[in-house]
Design a binder for this molecule. Structure first.
Ligand code: NAP
Ligand code: SF4
Length: 677
């Protein structure tokens, strides 16, 4: 029995009563935008998506947000539930989930001033910094009609077969906009005092309860920390929680941070469980179950929060993309087989922001369930996979799971390839979970591991299929002085084989350049300790102040080193970073005083430092260390040798295409190749 199997997750797995329902455990799959609603075969894909997560035994699944009326739509394509006929088309999704023993609740989300539509509405006509549309101030009649729209939407959901609804009252959407002075400047009965600002939320809950009866589950998602100036202090949040309970809600879920907040809330830079105290504050005010959410991604942290009494239930969203069977594996003593969400946002939020259906970096099946099969192959092959990085591990474990006879060669004495480097960046040690997961899968499915063995063509003669996933090597620019002792590759720095000095030049401002710069300036505690994280980003660790802020999230931080980051392009440094994490990286570097210079021409390196030309002027940037983050070249020596011998090989990952290689493409290619063997 492994250490993980010996651990007890008794609280998390124990039933709990909510309203008229006895829930099978204390885990909710939280609401996520999926964009599956607008895909071809929308209903079939949603059935596959939600039913798989119900088979994984989450007690309640909450859908992505449905607008209760046209002006509340997230964007012109966004899902809505104001038409009873349309709502009924969702019935097969509900039935599929319920057949697997889970409850399903439709989230009702009015986007308010975040709606990316002409004619969006808000309590007051104040534009959101993340939206170009200026909202129209709602009239008293608008407000009363919208309360009625929420009630009708809940009724439509009930008629379609949903077990309940979650009323979205957090993250800065319409309901949340009413509750705080940041966005509510009204002087009528819907603004001013807390009593007035809370009226809209309370009336919605009351109307939904009255319309749908006592056995319809009503979850209200309360903002437990707004993280914006003019946000609610803890006593107002507690006061609202009590009113929501009295109005008839069965469960209080918690949300953290408005979308316009300048504090990271769910990305990998946030310590696990960082927001648990915010949920505990809400729990202290009410007697209905309170749910903790955000940056909870393992059964250990979930159990710890529940067992310590800080919350009654846990909501996890992205962890159910990464592994739909999170709860089932935990119940079966297989928690060490969970594919853990690494909080990278690369294929979930970033896909949604680029109008693609939701996906997951560590689980290519997420949102694409109908494209993959789990049944064993009818024609098992002998497969060699050369290179044990993300692409190779994904290929080998998937192929072996499907019944192929797989041997994985890795020249290093450990698996992981570039993931071993990536995990050194602040917060990216979450990648160690991916390494743990694949290590376990390779063993479970009987992959023969040849670690510390650089495969040659002689080793590969006896296979039906040879997969080359030999990865990349750092690109070394052709520059006079490039072999100067001050020069190091990103691989040497991140692996710890070389230490950087006090003044550093980072050449290259792509994803790795930013990671290396952050690694060089950040104290490890800032991403692993909640108090240090709160201090860095200006958050009140007790969550009692207005908006739970205790300072300026962008205030400068002392840095371990002086770092200058350079690129030849004139575009903004980091323009290609992920939408949902790029701003955090850029702000973190700015806070730590990292200077980013573009439009640079590299000239040479010598004892004086890096010689460049900028705006036609020659300059010298003195540096103890110059780190090359100048891209990668594919490692194809073996592939070329084999091809020359007439051996058929399939190249994937960085070996196939080094440009823009990341773990997302590597794992996706690996799994899809294995499926096609
Ligand atoms: P990248 O993002 O393409 O950046 C490469 C950098 O090297 C660019 O700044 C480029 O800028 C510079 N460069 C390229 N050729 C050069 C040359 N011959 N001489 C000098 N400079 C040169 O690639 P990466 O940073 O190596 O990252 C690899 C992949 O991993 C990318 O897909 C990246 O998006 C991904 N990744 C993402 C993240 C993240 O989003 N947080 C983190 C790590 C990695 P100039 O040409 O303008 O100088
Ligand atoms: Fe988690 Fe990253 Fe997958 Fe999103 S893409 S669910 S953050 S692992």
């Amino acid at each position: 029995m492994t250490d993980m199997q010996k651990k007890s997750f008794g609280t998390m797995l124990s039933p709990i009563r909510a309203g008229q329902h006895m829930l099978r455990n204390r885990v909710i799959m939280g609401s996520m935008h999926t964009r599956l609603e607008t895909e071809p075969d929308s209903i079939a894909r949603q059935i596959a998506f939600y039913a798989e997560r119900a088979r994984g035994e989450a007690a309640i699944l909450v859908t992505g947000g449905f607008a209760p009326n046209a002006e509340g739509m997230f964007d012109p394509e966004g899902p809505r539930i104001d038409d009873p006929e349309d709502a009924r088309s969702l019935r097969p999704i509900c039935e599929a989930v319920q057949a697997e023993g889970s409850l399903i609740c439709a989230q009702l989300l009015h986007a308010g001033r975040y709606a990316k539509i002409e004619g969006c509405v808000a309590p007051s006509p104040i534009r959101a910094p993340i939206n170009r549309f200026v909202p129209r101030e709602m009239t008293d009649a608008d407000i009363r009609r919208t309360i009625e729209d929420f009630a009708k939407a809940a009724e439509n959901a009930q008629a379609a077969g949903f077990d309940g609804v979650e009323i979205m009252g957090s993250e800065g959407y319409l309901i949340n906009e009413f509750t705080v002075t940041h966005t509510n400047k009204r002087e009528d009965e819907w603004g001013g005092s807390a009593e007035n600002r809370h009226r809209f939320s309370v009336e919605i809950v009351r109307a939904v309860r009255e319309r749908c009866g006592s056995d319809f589950l009503v979850i209200y998602r309360i903002s437990a920390a707004d993280l914006v100036e003019g946000g609610a202090p803890a006593e107002e949040i507690a006061d609202l929680a009590r009113k929501i309970e009295a109005a008839g809600a069965d469960i209080l879920n918690t949300g953290i941070g408005w979308h316009e907040a300048r504090v990271p809330t769910i990305a990998y830079q946030v310590p696990r469980g960082a927001w648990r105290q915010a949920a505990a504050n809400v729990k202290a005010a009410v007697s209905i179950p309170v749910v903790a959410s955000n940056r909870i991604n393992t059964p250990e942290i979930a159990e710890d929060i529940l067992a310590s009494g800080e919350a009654d239930m846990i909501s996890m969203a992205r962890p159910f993309l990464a592994d739909p069977h999170f709860v089932k594996k935990t119940r079966e003593g297989r928690a060490d087989e969970i594919n853990t969400c690494i909080a990278c946002n690369q294929a979930c939020l970033d896909f949604i922001f680029s109008d693609r259906p939701v996906g997951c970096l560590v689980n290519p099946r997420a949102g694409r369930e109908t494209e993959f099969r789990d049944s064993p192959t009818e024609s098992p092959k002998k497969v060699a996979v050369v290179g044990g990085g993300a692409a190779g591990m994904a290929t080998a474990s998937e192929a072996a799971m499907l019944g192929h006879d797989v041997t994985l060669f890795e020249a290093q004495d450990k698996l992981g390839g570039q993931l071993n480097l990536a995990q050194a960046a602040p917060g990216k040690d979450e990648f160690n979970e991916t390494l743990r997961y694949y290590g376990g899968q390779l063993q479970k499915h009987g992959v023969k591991l040849r670690l510390g063995q650089r495969a040659g063509s002689d080793d590969l003669t006896d296979f039906d299929h040879v997969v080359i996933s030999t990865g990349v090597t750092p690109r070394i620019p052709d520059l006079p002085g490039i072999d100067h002792p001050s020069v190091a590759t990103y691989a040497e720095i991140l692996s710890g084989n070389r230490a950087a000095g006090d003044t550093v030049v980072v050449m290259g401002a792509g994803g790795i350049g930013h990671d290396v710069a952050e690694f060089l300036v950040t104290e490890p505690a800032e991403t692993h300790n909640t108090d240090a994280f709160c201090e860095t980003w200006g958050v009140d660790p007790h969550f009692t102040t207005s908006g739970a802020l205790a300072g300026d999230p962008l205030a400068p931080k002392p840095s371990r080193r002086k770092v200058v980051m350079l690129q030849r392009k004139t575009s903004k440094a980091g323009a290609g970073l992920g939408v949902s994490t790029g701003w955090i990286l850029r702000n973190a570097l700015r806070k730590h005083g990292v200077e980013a210079l573009g439009g640079v021409v590299y000239d040479r390196i010598d004892d004086a430092g890096l010689h460049i030309v900028m705006d036609g002027e020659p300059k010298i940037i003195a540096a103890d260390t110059i780190v090359l983050c100048t891209g990668q070249e594919p490692e194809r020596a073996l592939a070329e040798e084999l091809i020359a011998q007439g051996v058929t090989v399939t190249m994937i990952g960085g070996a196939k295409e080094a440009a823009e290689l990341d773990a997302l493409r590597a794992i996706d290619e690996g799994v899809r190749l294995a499926q096609s063997l």
